[in-house]
Design a protein around this ligand. Structure first.
Ligand SMILES: *[C@@H]1O[C@H](CO)[C@@H](O)[C@H](O)[C@H]1NC(C)=O
Ligand SMILES: *[C@@H]1O[C@H](CO)[C@@H](O)[C@H](O)[C@H]1NC(C)=O
Length: 169
């Protein structure tokens, strides 16, 4: 797999996803994944494993962020549509595996998912309702296996330039 656009901010890997169509209120998505080792090594954050268990040593989902081309992004777009766990109850076990919270205090993930939905997800609700937002991120996680791409020969050298800043444990 060759990423057309990849950026790194601390422990986060941001991949751009273009969306076709107009009048959605933003220009593209960043699909953001995090490397648990770097998150936990960072001086800025303390790291607590989820109450549901130590996460796999692999990239996990951080969020799906609507963004503007000018570099800024919309946030907290709909206070009337808070995170509602029962809308994603069929996805919870997959979210626990693929979208674990590493922040302290330990949690089973609800506060992280709620933050991602309310800050970012509500800004793409013209395209994705709550269930589709989480489902889309989980599907993208299946489709973009960064660790596998790093190991495979198809990963292009230019994609690797920024990667030494990631601490690969
Ligand atoms: C970026 O673009 C958005 C949408 O067009 C606009 O609302 C926002 O004010 C712009 N931000 C900056 C910093 O130019
Ligand atoms: C949460 O979602 C469920 C299932 O869609 C719905 O029945 C319930 O009313 C919602 N709760 C709130 C507080 O919106």
């Amino acid at each position: 797999m060759k990423f057309k656009c990849i950026a790194l901010i601390n422990f986060l890997v941001l991949q751009c996803l273009a969306i076709l169509g107009v009048s959605k209120g933003f220009d593209f998505f960043y699909f953001v994944q995090q490397w648990p080792g770097s998150y936990c090594d960072s001086d800025k954050f303390s790291c607590c494993y989820p109450t549901t268990g130590k996460p796999a040593a692999d990239f996990s989902i951080h969020g799906l962020w609507p963004n503007y081309r000018n570099g800024s992004y919309p946030q907290n777009c709909d206070p009337n549509n808070p995170f509602n766990e029962s809308e994603t109850s069929d996805l919870i076990s997959s979210m626990r595996r693929n979208w674990p919270s590493l922040s302290c205090p330990s949690s089973s993930g609800e506060s992280f998912w709620s933050h991602e939905w309310e800050k970012h997800g509500t800004c793409s609700e013209s395209l994705l309702d709550q269930h589709s937002y989480f489902q889309t991120a989980l599907t993208l996680r299946q489709q973009t296996n960064i660790l596998q791409s790093l190991k495979s020969e198809s990963f292009q050298m230019e994609d690797l330039i920024a990667l030494p800043t990631l601490k690969m444990l």
